[in-house]
Design a protein around this ligand. Structure first.
Ligand code: R1P
Ligand code: URA
Length: 237
């Protein structure tokens, strides 16, 4: 076990899907995995291991923001031997085309994180997803007929910001599609540990139009993202 995870060594698969929300982790495990087993309940950060297409896959919730995310990612990579981390997160759309339920494949993440951004400077240059995982995601999405947007995403530490909709000017000028609170950390920490990373995000609100998905209806939005992540995961070796 680790300070934040009660599972034993060997309880996690080498490939771990990472939603922020523990309820999404539970829904994904119960909906898509065969014989899902809960391996972590500590602090309510639910984690599960089961089978998808006969291959062991884990799903671990990571909480909100880089600080929480890095604790789970670090312990999975450093102690549990995870080699592939695929985030299945939510995000806010940064252009009107990114309506509710749009699926975003993050091809690179621009950090607006404060302290963690400085610490990540110690880890080396900016980085993105594993190229092979990204290529597989694009191919699988096409094969499965899953509509998606692939491109730059922004990553922030601050959900409620005084500048509200006026934010992300620079990122938007660079073409950023959406914003979340963990993807740049995922790409950095996996590069540091020599592991593979990819971030898939579903739009649950739009910062330009102001539309928002109701929490109670959200799970229905996550089917495409979850299936795509699992189809990519079973081929990750
Ligand atoms: O739904 P998750 O995966 O937690 O992702 C997004 O939702 C949270 C904010 O509501 C942040 O963690 C953000 O990145
Ligand atoms: O980080 C996030 C996630 C969802 N919606 C947002 O506006 N930001």
């Amino acid at each position: 076990m680790t300070p934040h995870i009660e599972a034993g060594k060997g309880d996690y698969a080498e490939t771990v899907l990472l939603p922020g929300d523990p309820q999404r982790a539970e829904w994904m495990a119960q909906t898509f995995l065969e014989a899902p087993r809960c391996v972590n309940r500590r602090r309510g950060a639910l984690g599960f291991t089961g089978l998808y297409r006969s291959r062991p896959i884990s799903i671990q919730s990571t909480g909100i923001g880089v600080s929480s995310f890095l604790i789970y990612a670090h312990e999975l990579l450093d102690y549990y031997g995870a080699r592939t981390l695929i985030r299945t997160g939510t995000c806010g759309g940064l252009s009107p085309e990114l309506g509710l339920r749009s699926l975003v494949i993050s091809q690179s993440a621009r950090p607006e994180n404060t302290e963690s951004g400085q610490v990540f400077g110690l880890y080396g240059a900016d980085t993105g997803p594993d190229p092979a995982l990204l290529a597989r995601a694009l191919a699988k999405a096409a094969e499965l007929g899953v509509q998606h947007h692939a491109g730059l995403t922004a990553c922030t530490d601050i959900f409620y910001h005084p500048e509200a909709r006026g934010r992300y000017g620079e990122a938007k000028a660079l073409g950023a599609l959406a914003v979340d609170m963990e993807t740049s950390a995922l790409y950095r920490i996996c590069a540091h540990f020599g592991a593979r990373a990819l971030s898939l995000l579903t739009v649950v609100d739009n910062l330009i139009t102001g539309e928002q998905a109701d929490y109670s209806e959200r799970q229905a939005l996550f089917t495409d993202m979850s299936r795509l992540a699992l189809e990519i995961a079973v081929e990750a070796r």
